[in-house]
Design a protein around this ligand. Sequence first.
Ligand code: FE
Ligand code: FE
Ligand code: ZN
Length: 277
Amino acid sequence: MLKIGCHLSSSGGYLSMGKEAKRIGANTFQFFTRNPRGGSAKPLDLDDIKAFEKFRKENEIISVLAHAPYTMNACAKDEGLREFAKNTMLDDIMRLDNIDGAMYNFHPGSHVSQGADVGIDYISSMLNEVIKKDQKTIILLETMSGKGSEVGRSFEEIKSIIDKVKLNEKLGVCLDTCHVYDGGYDIVNDLDNVLLEFDRIIGLDRLKAIHLNDTKNPFASHKDRHEKIGDGHLGLEAITRIINHEKLKDLPFFLETPNDIDGYEKEIALLKTLYKY
Ligand code: FE
Ligand code: FE
Ligand code: ZN
């Protein structure tokens, strides 16, 4: 069974997201833990979570993926911004630990002219302060396109962050298909070798989720502009190979394509017809 979902609005809470996912044929979903541009999270509603967990069991909604706000920059130059990133992550994880098997995805950050090495040090120090031995939530580093001074474009940078984190059994990677292609990994013509490289440098056991997006920009453009499935430079054939690849086919796929909910529903239905297992 294809594990497929999309980004949903979290404004109605968990149960409402679960119902929405089911309605559009998804068996997983992603959501922002709070306003993506920052701000505080709504108070934790344990009744909603209980109702969601019950609904989930009855309806086979599998893993859920939370996405940290974009404003979080763990390697900002400004200490206050780094502190904000740390506190946001601490608070998000404390909440997510109430959801069975939740994963938490974040953008490693932008080093803004400090250099990637400084960025990597800041990001790993934050993770060392945040991660607790008994936390259940797995934190995912998202692969980035290398726009501006983003850290996490290369597999080597992701690996350096992981290596500097003590409790790194709590870390995984979310591969964004738009970002890696924009970042210079040719998943259209050379998917096998990109995955071999991922395995050699990071280890495929770290790969926990895929952001499945087409891209508006050509190979290695470092742009990060998502496109609807099949309408961009990846194209439907490459995307079909991705969801069916031996090493990827069992992972959860999350659409972050420029769509309204009906558009997502159509893409999910289409991808199910292209899945061979
Ligand atoms: Fe993201
Ligand atoms: Fe993404
Ligand atoms: Zn993106």
